[in-house]
Structures are given as structure tokens and as C-alpha cells.
Design a binder for this molecule. Structure first.
Ligand SMILES: [Zn+2]
Ligand SMILES: [Zn+2]
Ligand SMILES: [Zn+2]
Ligand SMILES: [Zn+2]
Length: 385
């Protein structure tokens, strides 16, 4: 039956179910309805906004982790509801029992991001002459580690279930705490920094141990470097490839993302407690070019592609980094299959043949030619290590 024009007009004109118009904020709050919580320094606020949760922010008496508070000059605006929801979410997260806080019986600084769960109770870390508190350190680490993880994900393209866990990284102020949690959570009596890889990866370190001495830049790159080891060990299958003949991939990748984020390598995948290892001050391009440019040099790949991470020399780590660098630059689409193959114990020689279509002689020649063409002959002196 056709609807009479008059009735149609009325139906359109009738107001929908009574809904008050959303408040529009005011000029004072940029029409948000909320203003940034004044309890956070401006640069820290930006870092807070990047993470999923931070216990220090969630404990903020003013905003409860929402990072914004209602505008005092208006009745609210478009961000009012989301701010309230965020506050509730942060409160619910904080209320969940944390096993470390329960074990130690005190609050800790905890930050959760897409890939990581960071914890610290460190104070007074050193960045040159500046003192950095644990909360700021953890945010800057979270920022750098997520940057490295995003690069890694761009290379490996994981699906939603390809990581089975969030990587846990703990940075302790006191040796006693590090030892206590190592005993309880890692079942280890080791003294130095320590990690578990593969299933539910975990890393723990005493920030003031003799090799780190509370040096903030060093601890930050340590976190990024080990974060990459952990992500790779957890990706696709919970298997650490570093002790089954693919140290070149495990170590090469950890150094590659560390170098990409910090423009320098500070960490070597071996116990750093005794003598800190060093290869050309951690600035590697010109040095690798020089090393691989020697005349009548024997091939390095046949050995390099079979080494375990723990048995590699600093020079081998630099070469593995460069081989990985070559893969990233020329055939990044093969990286995921290199990792999958290595987790199934396929050898380096076989992987290179299957994925690149090259035997080791051809691969070594092509890689060396790329290094000679791409790396500079000279590089600026590295910063003091
Ligand atoms: Zn307002
Ligand atoms: Zn925070
Ligand atoms: Zn606040
Ligand atoms: Zn390493």
C-alpha cells in the first residue's frame, strides 16, 4: 500500500528516540571534554600513550591511568566516555594479581606493550652524568623494543597466533632480588643476566652487575637485543634455533635489530661477565667490508652457517649480522622460511639452496660482492663503548 505523502513527511520529521546531543567540550579543552593529566611530564605522557598499560600510570591518583582528566570548565565532550573506559580498564588490569609483586610483597614498575611485559625496581641508572629512574628507563626501552619488534614483524609477517606469549624482561636494582626471582621463577642459580627461550620466554638481569654498572644506554640495548632473541625463539614454533646449528640466524638477527635501532652493537651473545667482548667498537660495516675483501680469503659460510650461538666468536657474530643484513636487503621475503626451516633442523646449506637457489660458493660470492658495493670503506669512529 503506498504511504501517503503527508504521513511520510511526518515520520521523517519525528525525532528519533530521545538522545541528548553529545556535549561538545569547550575552547579550554580543545573541544575534547578532557585535558591531559597534569601529573605526567610532557615527554613521558607521550611514552605512556604508546603502551597498553603502565603500573605507575595506573596508580596515578589524578587519572588512574587514563592519562586525561575531565575538563573543569565544561560538561564533557567527545573524549569523555573513552577516558572513563580507559580508567576502568587500567584499574582492572592493576587489580589483577601480579606474581612478581605477590612474591616480593611490594609494588613494581610494570609496563605492558603489544609484544612485551617489562618489570623493574631499578633506581638511579646512569646516562652519562644524568640519573634516569626505572620508570622512565622502562618506557624508553618499551619504545625501542616495540620499534625493533615492528621491524621484525615486517620481515616475518606473523599471523595472530604465531607468537604464543608476551616476552617478559625484568631489570632489578639489587643482586639479591635478581637471585631470588631467578631461583623461584627460572630455577637457576646463575649469577649474570639470564634468559629462557622458546616456551614463555623470560629474561632477568641485575642492572648494577659488573658488566652493566647501571649504565642506562647499555641496559636499554641489552633489552632490545634479548627481546629479539625471545621473539624469534617464540615465533611460529617454541624452539630456540641458537643451539641447533642456526646461531648465524639467531645471533645475526639479534645484532641486526639492535644495530638498526641504536646504530651500534653493544652486546654479544655470550657471557659478558668476564671480559666484555668487542669487535671494532660495535660499528661494523667498514670493518666487515675490510674483513671480507681480503684476497684469497677462504670461504666463511660453510662454517658460519653451522655454528651454535654460544660458540660464536665476536668476529663470527659480525659476519652473521652482515649475512642477515644481505638477506634483509635483497630477499626479505625468504626470512620467515629460513626461520621455519631452521626450527625444523634444516641445515644452513640446504636452506640457502632451497630458498635462494644458490650453492654456498655462489651465495658467498654474491654476498661478498654486495658487501663490497654497499658498505663504506671508512666509518666514523664509534662512540666510547
Ligand atoms: Zn572543556
Ligand atoms: Zn608509565
Ligand atoms: Zn595521571
Ligand atoms: Zn645475542
Amino acid at each position: 500500500m503506498p504511504v501517503p505523502a503527508l504521513l511520510l513527511g511526518l515520520a521523517v520529521a519525528a525525532p528519533p528516540a530521545q538522545e541528548p546531543a553529545a556535549p561538545a567540550g569547550c575552547r579550554h579543552c580543545d573541544h575534547r571534554g578532557v585535558v591531559d593529566c597534569p601529573a605526567h611530564e610532557e615527554d613521558l605522557l607521550a611514552l605512556e600513550q604508546e603502551v597498553l598499560f603502565c603500573s605507575a600510570a595506573a596508580r596515578c591518583p589524578d587519572c588512574g591511568g587514563a592519562l586525561a582528566v575531565p575538563c573543569a570548565r565544561c560538561e564533557g565532550g567527545p573524549e569523555t566516555a573513552a577516558t572513563a573506559a580507559r580508567r576502568e580498564e587500567a584499574a582492572a588490569w592493576l587489580a589483577r594479581e601480579d606474581p612478581l609483586e605477590a612474591f616480593l610483597g611490594r609494588p613494581l614498575v610494570r609496563i605492558e606493550t603489544e609484544h612485551f611485559r617489562f618489570v623493574t625496581d631499578a633506581e638511579g641508572l646512569k646516562r652519562g652524568k644524568k640519573r634516569i629512574d626505572g620508570h622512565r628507563f622502562l618506557h624508553e626501552l618499551a619504545h625501542d623494543a616495540e620499534r625493533a619488534a615492528a621491524l621484525l614483524d615486517g620481515h616475518y609477517r606473523p599471523g595472530p597466533k604465531d607468537y604464543r606469549a608476551r616476552m617478559r624482561l625484568w631489570f632489578w636494582n639489587d643482586r639479591a632480588t635478581h637471585r631470588e626471582v631467578m631461583r623461584c621463577f627460572l630455577h637457576s642459580g646463575a649469577e649474570g643476566d639470564f634468559k629462557m627461550l622458546g616456551h614463555e620466554p623470560l629474561f632477568s638481569v641485575w642492572c648494577f652487575d659488573p658488566s652493566f654498572q647501571g649504565d642506562e644506554p647499555s641496559l636499554r640495548s641489552l633489552g632490545v637485543h634479548n627481546g629479539i632473541h625471545m621473539l624469534l625463539s617464540n615465533l611460529f614454533a617454541e624452539i630456540w634455533i641458537g643451539d641447533q646449528g642456526a646461531g648465524w640466524l639467531d645471533s645475526g638477527a639479534a645484532h641486526w635489530y639492535e644495530e638498526k635501532v641504536f646504530a651500534q652493537v653493544r652486546h654479544y651473545c655470550i657471557d659478558e661477565a668476564a671480559v666484555p667482548p668487542n669487535w671494532n667498537g660495535g660499528v661494523w660495516r667498514a670493518a666487515v667490508r675490510e674483513r671480507l675483501g681480503r684476497r684469497d680469503d677462504p670461504m666463511v659460510l660453510p662454517t658460519l652457517l653451522t655454528r651454535q650461538t654460544g660458540a660464536m666468536t665476536p668476529e663470527e657474530m659480525a659476519l652473521a649480522w652482515s649475512f642477515y643484513d644481505w638477506l634483509v636487503a635483497t630477499v626479505p621475503e625468504t626470512l620467515a622460511d629460513f626461520l621455519r626451516g631452521a626450527k625444523q633442523r634444516e641445515g644452513g646449506r640446504e636452506l640457502v639452496k632451497r630458498l635462494l637457489g644458490l650453492d654456498l660458493i655462489q651465495a658467498e660470492r654474491t654476498w661478498r660482492a654486495w658487501v663490497a658495493e654497499t658498505y663504506p670503506a671508512r666509518e666514523k669512529k664509534p662512540r666510547r663503548h
